[in-house]
Design a binder for this molecule. Structure first.
Ligand code: G1P
Ligand code: ZN
Length: 543
């Protein structure tokens, strides 16, 4: 098979963010833009000749075209085989599972997660390494260095591959296996959870609603929840993946998954509700008129983990991202296991899992997962909850109240200010940092600042250091305010304010989080001068 060496010039904006390279579709459609990045990935890797690459994406607009380019470039660069999901589809957790199951060299995942899709929406690409997890910073930095000096890329002069049919084909010497995107993942789930117990629960009349938000988890949830676990047809809604996600914003939170929220808070509500995001790695769990924060979800899964067959031997340890609430720390303490605090982004959990230091990981941003793969996993979290409910025979609300009664409640909320002017956002962060010295020790109402810093992390396994990971204002009673700028947005800047306080008294556990945090919210707004600096009187999204 002949291939071409295409002359190109570098793009200056190809620095991977929290989760790969994310840009507007129109940016990716520029001639050579995607190919440059793909070649930069390959150039930063060693030893992949003849090896296997996994390719798949969340089905958003440009997924198919991008997949064809990547296949031709993989062939021209000397990969031996590509495993690609049918129609170019693989959820992010399924891609991680496939990389691990078939001991692939690595994988390329096409996704911009929950960001809106379509011709005017976002597209994204990221590289995952052989453990199935996102490339660590060492590799993403190397990719970025390549993008700055790239002058040629390799691509075969071949026809497009038919991705609609499962089976094998070739581009030159490279084999292509089009695989069913669901099968391997579904098998893995069945090995971790008590499907019989969940089936019995559902047969007994337990009703659930899963919102796939017109994104990738539709086919996964249909197969697992409806076909294997026996939930009635229609339990999975918005199940057809659409290239523009139906014009929606598939981010499973109280704002964007409002349809599901209305169902769960409405008349004749089902017992359980859940949603996943564009690429299937996030999750939201609801009970009847009851919302579980992702931080509490992590803590509750940890406390009940041994009820699931895959975790019956217990947990090696737990990790959470820094802004995630410390609810899980209390569970880890009781279990006598280590709890690690990492920077934001799933890539920081990989080393800990590879070294068997942790089994469960979680982020406040609706991400939970375990060492079964190296990505967060939306459907996995949903099945874990169903397994726990089936075993404990309690409602979601009863499980949460019981948890808080045992451990106390960490009130928690995140306020996002999206699409803020980048210069103002940077100035706001600098303003808080400049005031560190004067804030320390100061008393604001019921709270006294005990410390403040810009979080940095030394990886305990490879000793790599990550700095500027979020500004923390720590109070003497353990409450916290954290300020961070998003690393995944594509328009302007997004300021995230994370708020947390601890309440031991069960009589106060049923308070609304915004009420429980009212004073801290006011302090955060005051310290950051958010309204004055951004012109915004309210967050865009509250979770
Ligand atoms: C956001 C979340 C973070 C998550 C990432 C990818 O990143 O906050 O926890 O890992 O998306 O899903 P951010 O935009 O805050 O950089
Ligand atoms: Zn996602």
């Amino acid at each position: 098979m002949s291939h071409s060496t295409v002359q190109t010039t570098p793009f200056s904006d190809q620095k991977p963010g929290t989760s790969g390279l994310r840009k507007k579709v129109t940016v990716f459609q520029q001639p050579h833009y995607l190919a440059n990045f793909v070649q930069s990935i390959f150039n930063s890797l060693d030893g992949f000749q003849g090896k296997t690459l996994v390719v798949g994406g969340d089905g958003r607009f440009y997924n198919q075209e991008a997949t064809q380019i990547i296949l031709k470039m993989a062939a021209a660069n000397g990969f031996g085989c590509v495993l690609v999901g049918q129609n170019g589809l693989l959820s992010t957790p399924a891609a991680s599972a496939v990389i691990r199951k078939y001991s692939a060299f690595g994988g390329i995942i096409l996704s911009a997660s929950h960001n809106p899709a379509g011709p005017d929406g976002d597209f994204g690409i990221k590289y995952n390494i052989g453990n199935g997890g996102p490339a660590p910073e060492k590799i993403t930095d190397a990719i970025f260095e390549q993008t700055k000096k790239l002058d040629t890329y390799l691509i075969t002069d071949s026809d497009d591959v038919d991705l609609s049919k499962i089976g094998s084909s070739q581009i030159g010497n490279m084999q292509i296996e089009v695989i069913d995107p669901v099968t391997d993942y579904a098998q893995l789930m069945e090995s971790l959870f008590d499907f019989n117990a969940i089936q019995t629960l559902i047969k007994g009349g337990f009703r659930l609603s899963f919102d796939a938000m017109h994104a990738i988890t539709g086919p996964y949830a249909k197969t697992i929840i409806e076909q294997r676990l026996g939930a009635p047809e229609g339990s999975v809604c918005n199940a057809e993946p659409l290239s523009d996600f139906g014009g929606g914003h598939p981010d499973p939170n109280l704002t964007y998954a409002h349809e599901l929220v209305e169902t769960l808070y409405g008349d004749n509500a089902p017992d359980f509700g859940a949603a996943s995001d564009g690429d299937g790695d996030r999750n939201m769990v609801l009970g009847r008129r009851f919302f579980i924060t992702p931080s509490d979800s992590l803590a509750i899964l940890a406390a009940n983990a041994t009820l699931a067959p895959g975790y019956k031997e217990g947990l090696a340890g737990i990790a959470r991202s820094m802004p995630t609430s410390a609810a899980v720390d209390r569970v880890a303490e009781k279990l006598g296991i280590d709890c690690y605090e990492t920077p934001t982004g799933w890539k920081f959990f990989g080393n800990l899992m590879d070294a068997d230091k942790v089994t469960l990981c979680g982020e406040e941003s609706f991400g939970t997962g375990s060492s079964h793969i190296r990505e967060k996993d939306g459907l996995w979290a949903v099945l874990f909850w169903l397994n726990i409910i089936a075993k404990r025979q309690l409602s979601v609300e009863e499980i949460a109240l019981d948890h808080w009664a045992t451990y106390g409640r960490n009130f928690y909320s995140r306020h996002d200010y999206e699409g803020v002017d980048s210069v103002s956002a940077a100035a706001l962060m600098a303003h808080i940092k400049n005031n560190f010295a004067s804030i320390k020790g100061e008393i604001f109402g019921n709270y006294q600042v005990s410390d403040c810093d810009d979080f940095s992390y030394t990886d305990p396994i490879d000793q790599s250091i990550s700095t500027n990971q979020g500004i923390r204002i720590l109070f003497s009673d353990g409450s916290r305010i954290v300020f961070r700028l998003s690393g995944t947005g594509t328009e302007g800047a997004t300021i995230r304010i994370y708020l947390e306080s601890y309440e031991k008294d069960p009589s106060k556990h049923t308070l609304d989080a915004q009420e429980g945090l009212a004073e801290l919210i006011q302090i955060a707004n005051q310290l950051s001068e958010i309204e004055k600096r951004t012109g915004r009187s309210e967050p865009t999204v509250i979770t």
